[in-house]
Design a protein around this ligand. Sequence first.
Ligand code: ADP
Ligand code: CP
Length: 315
Amino acid sequence: MTKRRVLIALGGNAILSKDASAQAQQEALRQTAKYLITFIKNGDELVISHGNGPQVGNLILQQANGSTSENPEMPLDTADAMTEGSIGYWLQNALGEELKKAGLNKSVVTLITQSEVSAEDEAFEHPTKPIGPFYTKSAAEQQQQEHPDYHFIEDAGRGYRRVVPSPRPIHITESEVVKKLVENGVIPISVGGGGIPVVRQGERLVGQEAVIDKDLASEKLAEQINADLLIILTAVDHVFINFNKPDQKALKRVTIAELQRYIAENQFAEGSMLPKIQAAVDFVKKSKNAKAIITTLENIGNFLENGEGTIITAA
Ligand SMILES: Nc1ncnc2c1ncn2[C@@H]1O[C@H](COP(=O)(O)OP(=O)(O)O)[C@@H](O)[C@H]1O
Ligand SMILES: NC(=O)OP(=O)(O)O
C-alpha cells in the first residue's frame, strides 16, 4: 500500500466521558491508542491532534476558585498550553505503550503548538466556543453573578456552558517542525486544543484570551504538511442530513458541492458538526487528491477495511 500521510483529529469523547479525573482520561486515551496503532501497522505516517474544551474550562475554574494576588490564575493562552501539555502527555504515554506492545520502533512526541490568528477577527467580540462543564440554568446564572465578564450559552440541549472567543487559525507556527518529525518517522501530537492562539506583532507572537476550534486548526496543519487524509473522529459514525429526525439520512460518499448545499440548508449544528464540515471542505478543496473522513474512533477498523464512514471528496 502506498504510504499515506494521515492527520487524525481526536474528538472530546476520545478523552473525556463523565469522569474528569486524570486517571479516567488517561484510561480513555489508553483505549484510544489501541485504535490509532492500526494506522501505523498500515504503514501510514501519523499526526494526531485533539480537543481541550472541557479540560481548559475545568482548569481555569480551578484556578479562579483558588487564586490570590500572590498566586494569580494563568491567562487563557497559558491554560491552552497547559492542556496541550497534559493531554499530550497522557496520549504520548499511552501511544508509546501500545507501540512497544506491538513491537513497533517509533517515537511519539507532544509539540506545544501556536496557531496564528488575526487581531481583527470578529470572534474576539462574539464568544462562541463552549469550554468547561455543563451547568443548569440556575447554576449558570450563579456563575454569571460571580464572574460578570463570563458569557454562557445553552449548548445543544445538553445544558449551559461558558463560551470564549474562537478566532479562525490562519497559520500553524510549528508546521515545518511537524513535517520534519513525520519525515523522520516520528509521530507528532500537535495543535492540541486547536493550538495556542497568538497574534503576530513584528517579531513577537502575543498570546490571546481564546480557544481555537481543533478541527479548523487540524485542517490548517493538514494543509501545511501536505497530508493525504484528514480524519475527524467524533461521537457519530456518519454525518447526517435531517439529523435526529425520523427521515435522517447518513452521508456515506459526499462531494464538496453537496456539502456546501447542505450547509446552506443549515443541516449542521453550528457549535458542533459545522466546524468539522467546514474543515473537511476546506481541506479537500485546497489539497490535491486529498480526502476527509468524519466517523467514530470505534469505526476506524471498518473504515480501513470497508471504507465505512462519511468520506468527503472533491468530486
Ligand atoms: N448533521 C449532523 N450529523 C451528525 N452529527 C451531528 C449533526 N449535527 C450535530 N451533530 C452532533 O455533533 C456532535 C459532534 O460535535 P462535538 O460533540 O462538538 O464534537 P467532538 O467530538 O469534537 O467533541 C455529534 O456527536 C452530534 O451529536
Ligand atoms: N479546542 C477545541 O476545539 O476543543 P473541543 O474539541 O474539546 O471543543
